[in-house]
Design a protein around this ligand. Structure first.
Ligand code: C2E
Ligand code: MG
Ligand code: MG
Ligand code: MG
Length: 282
């Protein structure tokens, strides 16, 4: 049994704890190696106009093309990367890469929109505004076609500071979206104090909509959007039923496996080629 409290704390050797710490060290080293080796890539999930059914933009989603594990989703590495302070660098790379891609799509489809996620550490990074400005200038992407997404939990951690940073971002001309909307409880009382343009209705509400029956939560969120004059985007649409119910609720835009999964840039180019029609911009 462990003893010696006070001066130094001697703990009993715990093989599980040791294994976990060792695991984390390995993951850390692997992550650093992966970043150095340029193993990260950006995939894009189409965002569609629910009325016309056509793609009007994409959300950039980072992936790790791991030499052994294959394509690794962000749920596996983002928290670690964030805790290691790597997100400003990795996220900056994602933003630049995605803006370059988007400007390519825009040459044929002016107004094509790009959504990019920001992490807590990116929002807290004093260089963020200059970085976004520089990337917009270098790539030539019109600021109004860039939407930066933040989760409620990130935006609400320090409301005053968030409002300041978001205002500075908006002064560049970009738009702000609250991601996974409805999953943070304090959101409503603070919604009016943040300069937000878009709310992304969390997929848990979309998927909670019964096949037949009422859609009261999704309906309530749509009401909130209208009240605060925010453009709603529904996330996680997986079937035609959900799509048509949201259309009935006058939700303009949606994203989900029903329309398209996240895909490499080439897939979006093909999709736009097939679609052919010009994008209706907001
Ligand atoms: P998110 O921003 O809410 O992105 C939507 C997530 O839902 C994506 O997961 C997408 O693949 C998934 N999704 C889309 N449609 C459906 C559907 O119909 N059903 C289901 N079950 N899922 C759907 P993904 O790509 O694994 O990303 C997870 C989260 O990781 C993102 O959630 C975002 O918070 C974060 N993330 C991804 N890329 C980045 C990035 O470049 N920077 C930052 N800071 N965070 C990122
Ligand atoms: Mg997002
Ligand atoms: Mg989301
Ligand atoms: Mg989500």
């Amino acid at each position: 049994r462990a003893k010696v409290e006070g001066g130094g704390v001697a703990r009993r050797f715990d093989p599980e704890l040791f294994a976990a710490a060792e695991q984390r060290r390995l993951a850390e080293a692997d992550l650093l190696r992966g970043i150095e080796a340029g193993e990260f890539e950006v995939h894009y999930q189409p965002i569609v106009d629910l009325d016309g059914g056509h793609t009007v933009g994409v959300e950039a989603l980072v992936r790790w093309q791991h030499p052994v594990q294959g394509l690794v989703p962000p749920a596996v590495f983002l928290d670690l990367a964030e805790s290691l302070g790597m997100l400003p660098r990795l996220g900056g790379w994602v933003l630049e890469e995605a803006c370059r891609q988007a400007i390519g799509w825009q040459t044929r489809f002016p107004g094509f929109e790009l959504n990019v996620n920001l992490s807590a550490s990116q929002l807290g990074n004093p260089k963020l505004i200059d970085e976004v400005r520089a990337i917009l200038e270098q790539t030539g992407l019109p600021p109004q076609d860039l939407v930066l997404e933040l989760t409620e939990s990130v935006a609400l951690t320090d409301l005053v500071e968030s409002a300041r940073v978001l205002s500075a971002l908006k002064s560049l001309g970009v738009r702000i979206a609250l991601d996974d909307f409805g999953t943070g409880f304090s959101s409503l009382s603070h919604l009016s104090s943040l300069p937000v343009d878009v709310i992304k209705i969390d997929r848990s509400f979309v998927q909670a909509m019964p096949e037949s029956g009422d859609a009261s939560v999704a309906e309530a969120v749509m009401h909130i959007a209208r009240t605060f004059n925010l453009s709603p985007v529904a996330e996680g649409i997986e079937n035609a039923e959900q799509a048509s119910r949201l259309r009935d609720l006058a939700c303009g835009r949606a994203q989900g496996y029903h329309f398209a999964r996240p895909m490499p840039a080439g897939g979006v180019t093909e999709l736009l080629d097939k679609q052919g029609v010009p994008i209706q911009t907001l």
